[in-house]
Design a protein around this ligand. Structure first.
Ligand SMILES: [Zn+2]
Length: 506
């Protein structure tokens, strides 16, 4: 603008000198031209003044600024900022930049120091069953069907009720907040109770209401469990910005094709995601082949489940053709390395899925098959096991593991426009990792440290939608001592049942 003004003034100044030299009698005309030229010059001067003043203008007020010696944004335009900061207004990120840029442009009511800290997006747990924290360590080192049929299912039938779900999901949410997870996808009974806990504790969640063809806690079979899921979705859809309701048909071998198709139609009509266990173990492939002469991924696609967002947990055994099919559909594959290793389900073809363009996220699965909800461990395992599996140490490098836990993990569950990156306009779902521990010295490469070194205890700050859930390592939104006491009280009954019948309470 200033240059345009000066450029505009130039010929008029030239006129003035022409008049002075060639037409000394035309003084009146000259004065008019002189006045016009001075006006232009004055305008240019004030424009310059405005620009200079503009750079010193009062900073815009924001709610919070989170600082960090290192800011890992996971955003394509500015993936990594040294000595950076994130400005937040309400639930949303206003700007991300260097400390200097942010301090010049914004002033905050609340500042969170970034000395010795890495700022990054909160982690995304794409598949869990939160309340199974109460079964943590109850039955380890067992074959999948023995574990499921003789321990998990009978214990669920005997103990799962609304009180169990409240205590179990609070225990899980405390652990997730403490460990830097800000978003999770849950699939468990009494989803209204889980939603109440999520609403109070401040996390972001996709809460999928489970339906299965057999009797399950609170239900006789498919019809009532599916109707309850529809009611839950209708009740919560659009009610809370942090809560997305969803459907969760258990798996293609526990839900009939007609029922899968019923879910697909309803999810499409209500525009909500579907979460399902799929292609988890070789036994599932055998069952689907025997019953339907096909493979699990093709089978659910034929029922219409890939027309809408599908959060496909495990995906250990897809065929090459199915991987191509998924890449072209709104499907996210959720990789659960600890659970798959512990139950010897196999190793998912993650490098092949990534190469084909499938969005892959990470999940912990329930704490009964993990036994924690620690995304750092899943990141590290995902970066390690595929190297061994493929014989190629260059596959799933640290940055890709970090993407699966953040930006790609968000895309996989259909929340890529909401969370998983630090970028203006995204929700302020942010964590800080402390580098104070001598265990983390020296530091040459932040991404390497985040994947191969950092663990959940190094996380010191957690924020979701601009609200602090943990500060200086202290969880603010749940009382840890109370949560622990409630879990231990319920565990006494479970332990008693286990003592009465070691192969669970049948
Ligand atoms: Zn699961």
């Amino acid at each position: 603008m200033l240059f345009e003004m000066l450029f505009e003034a130039r010929p008029k100044l030239f006129d003035y000198y022409s008049v002075m030299s060639n037409d000394s009698n035309a003084s009146g005309k000259m004065m008019i031209r002189l006045t016009a030229s001075l006006k232009v010059l004055a305008t240019a001067f004030f424009t310059l003044l405005f620009i200079v003043e503009g750079s010193n203008a009062a900073p815009q007020s924001v709610d919070t600024i989170v600082y960090g010696d290192y800011v890992v944004t996971m955003s394509d335009d500015k993936p990594y900022i040294n000595d950076g900061a994130v400005a937040i207004t309400g639930t949303v990120i206003t700007a991300v930049g260097t400390r200097k840029e942010i301090d010049q442009r914004y002033s905050a009511k609340q500042a969170i120091s970034g000395e010795g800290r890495i700022v990054m997006p909160g982690l995304i747990n794409g598949h869990t069953h939160t309340s199974m924290t109460l079964f943590r360590g109850m039955a380890d080192d067992l074959k999948l069907m023995n574990w499921l049929n003789n321990y998990i299912f009978p214990m669920e039938a005997r103990f799962v009720n609304s009180g169990f779900i409240k205590a179990g999901s609070e225990l899980a949410c405390w652990e997730m907040i403490r460990g830097g997870t800000t978003t999770f996808v849950d699939m468990y009974f009494y989803p209204d109770t889980i939603a109440d806990v999520v609403e109070r504790c401040g996390l972001r969640a996709i809460i999928a209401s489970p339906s299965i063809d057999f009797p399950s806690p609170g239900f006789k079979g498919w019809d009532d469990s599916f109707q309850a899921a529809v009611d839950f979705v209708v009740r919560w859809k659009g009610k809370h910005e942090r809560i997305t309701p969803a459907f969760a048909p258990h798996a293609p071998y526990t839900v009939s094709p007609e029922h899968l198709s019923q879910v697909a139609k309803k999810a499409n009509e209500l525009q909500v995601p579907v979460s399902i266990h799929i292609a988890e173990a070789p036994s599932e492939l055998t069952i689907i082949k025997q019953r339907y002469q096909t493979t699990p991924v093709k089978h659910v696609a034929e029922q219409g489940l890939m027309n809408n967002r599908l959060i496909a947990a495990h995906m250990v055994h897809p065929s090459p053709e199915e991987i191509q099919m998924m890449a072209a559909k709104p499907v996210g594959a959720i990789h659960n390395p600890t659970s798959n290793l512990k139950l010897a389900a196999g190793i998912a073809p993650v490098p092949t899925m990534l190469a084909a363009g499938v969005s892959v996220g990470l999940g912990t699965d329930g704490a009964a098959s993990n036994n924690d909800l620690d995304l750092w461990e899943e990141m590290r395992l995902s970066a390690l096991i595929h190297k061994q599996q493929s014989g190629d140490p260059t596959v799933v490098p640290a940055m890709v593991a970090l993407e699966m836990a953040t930006s790609m993990g968000a895309e996989a569950i259909g929340l890529g426009d909401v969370t998983g990156r630090l970028k203006a306009g995204m929700r302020a779902d942010i964590i800080q990792v402390s580098l104070d521990s001598p265990r983390l010295a020296p530091l040459y490469n932040v991404i390497s440290h985040l994947v191969y070194m950092v663990d959940s205890n190094d996380v010191v700050t957690s924020m979701v939608s601009g609200v602090l859930l943990m500060n200086d390592g202290k969880v603010l939104s749940l009382n840890g001592a109370q949560v622990k006491a409630a879990a231990e009280a319920i565990s006494l009954d479970i332990a008693k049942a286990l003592n009465e019948s070691p192969s669970a309470a049948r």
